[in-house]
Design a protein around this ligand. Structure first.
Ligand SMILES: Nc1nc2c(c(=O)[nH]1)N[C@H]1C(S)=C(S)[C@@H](COP(=O)(O)O)O[C@H]1N2
Ligand SMILES: [Mo]
Length: 314
């Protein structure tokens, strides 16, 4: 069958790539696949969709809000390795090759190791986590991620007592990512968390959305998701994780130290240097909404920052 040229290669999936296939068949037989969990039904999608992820369970951490349509999530966003515009990732990320893929975990750990994405998918307890996401630019969406707590990965490498922070490094391959040849940002893209933030149960590594493998524009095959922080904390297409003693100087801190702080908690009371953060536009909606402290997750995360001046530590 001929495929229209506008279908991203990312959406044409070789089933043999996914080691989870056997588990998928077992899960299907047991009736536990995502489809049986009442995932949102979709109108007929415009383009071919990704492969279903097996064994995805519902989560107590999920949000009961209407998800942003799949087409919007994959076609509007930031992924500067593929260009500077909101539609650049949707147009150009077909160049990304998310298989084979591995992630090196090193630094202050007893067992530094390289994880293959196929192996991660075998052991990771995948959950559907519908999260509210807020970009520092003032738009937001609701994304039904599929992912697992980052703490599950931490257990496997045995983080030492010296580790205070963790760095997340994205791929920077000019063959796949044309814009890393330009100095848009200090490549590779790097973000960081304090250790207690990294261990928080809301912090996940996403491997999918809408029950399917993660689309390339959203950071295939795996990316960080921290729902109470601005979207840029969620590094995409991660190849290296390093546990460290010192607070890292992240890509966005280097790009604008007075505009992007290390913490980057969603905070309607602390304006960006060039614009207010008090309101946001949910993609697909006309009227703006009030931005909530910690993006609505204050009850779960505010205690992480007890005693800190959040105007200073923005
Ligand atoms: N490697 C990399 N990760 C990135 C970015 C990027 O440019 N490069 N952009 C960030 C920003 S600013 C946002 S808002 C989110 C948007 O992606 P999403 O819509 O898939 O969450 O990705 C974040 N992660
Ligand atoms: Mo963003």
């Amino acid at each position: 069958m001929r495929r229209p040229a506008d279908i991203l290669p990312s959406e044409i999936t070789d089933p043999a790539l996914y080691a989870g296939r056997r588990r998928f068949i077992q899960a299907a037989a047991a009736g536990t696949i995502a489809g049986a969990l009442g995932l949102p039904a979709l109108a007929a999608p415009a383009a071919a969709r990704g492969e279903k992820l097996p064994g995805v369970r519902p989560s107590q951490w999920t949000l009961d809000e209407k998800p942003t349509p799949y087409e919007t999530i994959v076609s509007y966003g930031n992924f500067y390795e593929f260009g500077p515009d909101k539609d650049s990732p949707g147009k150009n990320a077909y160049r990304l090759r998310p298989r084979p893929w591995s992630v090196l975990v090193e630094g202050e750990v007893k067992k530094p190791q390289r994880f293959d994405i196929e192996d991660i998918l075998k052991w990771a307890p995948l959950e559907e986590r519908t999260y509210r996401m807020r970009c520092v630019e003032g738009w937001s969406m609701v994304v039904p991620w599929v992912g697992f707590p980052f703490s599950e990965l931490m257990k496997r490498v045995e983080v030492t007592g010296n580790a205070k922070y963790v760095e997340f490094w994205s791929l920077a391959d000019p063959e796949q990512m044309p814009y890393v040849r330009l100095p848009l940002l200090d490549w590779p893209y790097m973000e960081g968390l304090r250790l207690d933030e990294a261990m928080h149960p809301l912090t996940i590594f996403a491997v999918g959305l809408y029950g399917e493998v993660l689309p390339k524009p959203n950071g295939a095959p795996l990316r960080l998701v921290v729902p109470w922080k601005y979207g840029f904390k969620g590094a995409k297409s991660i190849v290296r994780i390093r546990f460290v003693r010192e607070m890292p100087r992240t890509t966005w801190m280097k790009a604008g130290p007075d505009e992007y702080g290390f913490y980057s908690n969603v905070n309607p009371d602390v304006p960006h240097r060039r614009w207010s953060q008090s309101h946001e536009r949910r993609l697909g909606e006309f009227l703006k909404r009030k931005t909530l402290p910690f993006n609505g997750y204050a009850e779960q995360v505010a205690q992480l920052y007890a005693g800190m001046d959040l105007r200073k530590f923005f």
